[in-house]
Design a protein around this ligand. Structure first.
Ligand SMILES: [Zn+2]
Length: 631
């Protein structure tokens, strides 16, 4: 998974900022013991979808039907059962059987020998009970006759002891909406699609997007790639993003070498409107699956912004085909959706993945060295927000509980940096020959999607493949609690810290993590947005420190208070849709006079602490740097 928070509101709370059917007649018992599941997207009632599940014959005295508490890749309790309503178990004649709700995710059915079907309604997470707590990329969005984002773990469950049974999934859908998914389709017509899932895991591993056709598909050597887009305003067309996805995935395959044998890969891009983005507190991102990924961004993004976000996020998700999908522990292989045991190795599942999503871009020439250094430096800065002396393996094993859960975001920051240090160490020891990618290629060959490793043996195995110093690093900085001194590793590759030019995230920033204005009370105690610092684009427009910002693009901010936070945030978020060559305006107040200034957005930068190639670096350090970045 890769969550991104596009959140401008923290203004009020702190100065930090993160960017960051019954209609289908089926004989349940006759059909070779697979589980029949039916989803009705036509007769929607009150934004809820009717679901019917018909199990094979059950001989036990009682059984339990589960909806997942947690799903792979999210590392938090979601309790999808809370989106289920009107749960009923019925016999052949339609008479109700006795049901006990055990908790919000499980239902005990008594006397299941008579059970013919269960029925319930599924609410969506985009506006269901506390749905904002669910990552949108792992959620469900039902909009009648417009779009259905089906992350099936929030809709379809499993019976006790039957997770290995196959599923036949029938979906009745409006004829203008077409499904896009990597789930195998058995048959399809205008209003009925039938899919096959080998076991319950495949129900979870293959989300479906039903929308008006807006998709492309192309072959990339031996891999079939698909991209489907749902854009509420119809602004974004799949064809426009094909070149960027193609270039990126080609580079990823070249980088991975034989560590990748994914036969097909589908990207389901669901663009939400501004209201939904606010509902999720600015959360966007993507969730990985074996042969697809669900990506949720905001429709108001400019095509340039969306392209870069897709490259950063989809490349991360595609690298998940290496780990955890092809290199994972028993905890993940035998994932318990309702009583999870977590693995110790988030440093690898998320950390290695995120590191590769950056490293491949310089390795394959998509970005230059200063850009790569800035990205690593940004991770060092963002990692400071988390507990630097928390054991990473301990955090990982306990991630669903506090105090670990609050440190989850660090897997994308320090998790990636751990891999950078390991990479430099292994390169140094092997005379530049081998790095962390070599380790992962070896592990992928040894394991693979059907063969898990033993959680407590992985680190020893990596040390055996590499060098004792690697073992010491794990013991001290990954299992242990000693923070990493990154300068030690930068020195090995001839990098030093110094002042560098850093691109700003948006025109609203004057520093790395600092908006150009801040809210402060005037003499009457009324909050105002006062300009605190500038960037070159703002300076060129004539904005001055001390001005008050009253509005953007002709629209004035409402009264600045907590209540209007969402509205203000929405106005600020719209700036994500601005293109560099676009002319925009700000309404200001200067010495009591109101004025409007205009100018191009540009690509503003700032001078900040960064990494530089040391002019006096030794030949050995330069050679190691080149091996690290380019081999
Ligand atoms: Zn991830």
């Amino acid at each position: 998974m890769k969550p991104i928070i596009t959140q401008f509101t923290l203004i009020f709370l702190s100065s930090t900022l993160l960017l960051s059917c019954a209609a289908l007649k089926t004989n349940a018992t006759a059909e070779n013991a697979s589980i029949q599941a039916e989803i009705d997207l036509i007769s929607i009632a009150d934004d809820k979808v009717k679901i019917t599940i018909m199990p094979p014959a059950i001989k036990a005295a009682s059984t339990v039907f589960y909806i997942p508490q947690i799903v792979p890749g999210t590392y938090e309790y979601s309790n999808f059962g809370r989106f289920i309503e009107n749960f009923e178990a019925l016999d052949k004649k339609g008479n109700p059987l006795e049901v006990n709700a055990l908790d919000q995710n499980s239902w005990e059915i008594l006397n299941p020998k008579k059970l013919a079907q269960i029925r319930y309604l599924a609410n969506d997470t985009f506006d269901g009970p506390d749905g904002q707590e669910i990552y949108p990329m792992g959620g469900t969005d039902f909009q009648e006759d417009e779009v259905y984002l089906l992350n099936l773990h929030s809709m379809i469950g499993y019976f006790e002891g039957m997770k290995a049974r196959s599923y036949k999934l029938s979906v009745r859908s409006p004829k203008e909406l077409k499904p896009f998914t990597s789930l195998p389709l058995i048959s399809s017509s205008d209003s009925l699609d039938i899919f096959n899932a080998e076991r319950y895991f495949h129900i979870i591993d293959n989300p479906i997007l039903y929308s008006k056709p807006n998709a492309v598909s192309f072959d990339l050597d031996d891999i079939k790639v698909g991209l489907a887009v749902y854009s509420p305003s119809d602004t974004h067309q799949a064809t426009a993003y094909q070149p960027a996805i193609e270039e990126m995935m080609k580079a990823q395959k070249a980088f991975l070498g034989d560590a990748n044998d994914t036969p097909s890969y589908d990207v389901l891009l669901h663009l939400m409107d501004m209201e939904a983005l606010q509902y999720f507190g600015g959360m966007m991102g993507a969730l990985e699956h074996h042969t697809s990924t669900t990506v949720v961004f905001v429709d108001a993004m400019s095509s340039g912004e969306l392209t870069q976000s897709l490259v950063d996020v989809v490349s991360h998700e595609f690298f998940h085909t290496l780990t955890p999908l092809n290199v994972h522990s028993e905890e993940i292989h035998n994932f318990e959706y309702n009583r999870p045991l977590m693995s110790q190795h988030l440093w690898m599942y998320e950390g290695t993945t995120e590191y590769f999503a950056n490293l491949f871009q310089i390795n394959q020439g998509l970005i230059d060295a200063p850009d790569f250094y800035n990205r690593m430096m940004e991770k060092i800065n963002l990692a400071q927000r988390y507990d630097d002396s928390m054991s990473f393996t301990e955090m990982s094993a306990g991630i669903v509980e506090e105090p670990y859960q609050a440190n989850y975001g660090n897997v994308y920051q320090k998790g990636a940096l751990i891999n950078m240090c390991l990479d430099i160490l292994i390169r140094e020891q092997s005379g530049g020959d081998k790095g962390i990618l070599w380790v992962m290629q070896n592990l992928a060959r040894r394991y693979g999607k059907d063969k898990p490793f033993k959680d407590e043996e992985l680190i020893a195995e990596i040390v055996a493949l590499t060098y004792p110093v690697v073992g010491a690093f794990f013991e001290t900085h990954v299992q242990g609690t000693t923070p990493i001194d990154y300068n030690v590793y930068f020195e090995k590759v001839g990098l030093i810290s110094g002042q560098v030019e850093v691109p700003l995230r948006s025109i609203l920033f004057a520093g790395n993590n600092q908006l150009f204005f801040a809210s402060e009370p005037n003499e009457a105690g009324v909050l105002q947005f006062a300009v605190k610092a500038l960037n070159p684009s703002l300076e060129a427009m004539g904005i001055q420190v001390g001005d008050l910002v009253l509005g953007i693009e002709g629209e004035l901010f409402p009264e600045i208070n907590q209540e209007n936070g969402a509205k203000i945030n929405e106005m600020l978020t719209q700036t994500l849709g601005w293109e560099a060559d676009q002319e925009v305006s700000f309404t200001l107040s200067r010495n009591g006079e109101t004025l409007v200034v205009r100018g191009k957005v540009g690509n503003p930068t700032t001078i900040g602490e960064g990494l530089l190639e040391a002019p006096d670096a030794s030949d050995a350090a330069v050679a190691l740097r080149n091996a690290w970045l380019f081999e």
